[in-house]
Write a protein that binds this ligand. Structure first.
Ligand code: ADP
Ligand code: 5GP
Length: 216
């Protein structure tokens, strides 16, 4: 099996984290790419599980030593994907799921052109506000900052391979799984495996025909 590298992006409040968690709870063949960040911990978040929380000096050092696959400043904080996450997923033959912003998605495409990119859209402007208020993790200033960034994120939609509208969560998850299932079967991704399977079938058919001739 070849590991897929999947980027899930979209404006704040679209439901990226919720969708990623749902998928990961169901599928053992997926690994969540735990990012590094300088932002502070939210209630309920765990260091090393949701993010690797660190100060700017440590983050800058990881960038300097080439340990980040990509990184970007989002809402005034730094976020980055440790290269090690990709190495680990490939070693374990798991698909790696990255929940990153559009700047990061561009950088990943630059270094890993086979990346599968999915853009998550909220069903409406009103629902984004409702969901962000409901999450309750930002004050009014931070909320407005996230909505301003959302405008820029939304303009990048055409750069992505797939778009999902996250109205009803379960339906979104089913659609995501359908995309992943077809991507897993792509001949270009299966590569040698597909050719070997087809070659083996040629031999099996010849053998079956010979056996049939023998019995006639
Ligand atoms: P993001 O990671 O894209 O910023 P979150 O996953 O944190 O977004 O979702 C924002 C809020 O919306 C959370 O409180 C989450 O529980 C809620 N939410 C996410 N998806 C749905 C959905 N399909 N229906 C209703 N609420 C949702
Ligand atoms: P949050 O603070 O809400 O968890 O995330 C804020 C934004 O940062 C989201 O758009 C999220 O996708 C993005 N983000 C999280 N991790 C990374 C990362 O490693 N790299 C980049 N470029 N963006 C990230």
């Amino acid at each position: 099996m070849r590991s897929l590298l999947i980027v899930l992006a979209g404006p704040s409040g679209a439901g990226k984290t919720t969708l990623a968690k749902l998928l990961l709870a169901r599928r053992r063949d997926f690994l969540f790419s735990v990012s590094a960040t300088t932002r502070s911990v939210r209630a309920g978040e765990q260091d090393g599980v949701d993010y690797h929380f660190m100060d700017r000096a440590r983050f800058d050092e990881l960038v300097r030593t080439g340990e980040m696959l990509e990184y970007a400043e989002v809402h005034g904080e730094l976020y980055g994907t440790p290269r090690h996450n990709l190495v680990m997923a490939r070693e374990r033959e798991q698909h790696l799921l990255l929940d990153i912003d559009v700047q990061g998605a561009r950088q990943v495409r630059g270094v890993e052109p086979e990346v599968l990119s999915i853009f998550l859209l909220p069903p409406s402007g009103a629902r984004v506000l409702e969901r962000l208020h409901g999450r309750g993790s930002e004050d009014e200033h931070e909320l407005r900052q996230r909505l301003a960034t959302a405008e820029a994120e939304l303009r990048a939609v055409s750069e992505f391979d797939y778009v999902l509208i996250n109205d009803e969560l379960e339906q979104t998850a089913r659609r995501l799984e359908a995309i992943l299932a077809s991507e897993e079967r792509k001949v270009a991704r299966l590569g040698k495996e597909a050719v070997e399977r087809a070659n083996a079938l040629v031999l099996e058919i010849r053998r079956a025909l010979n056996e049939r001739d023998d019995t006639l």
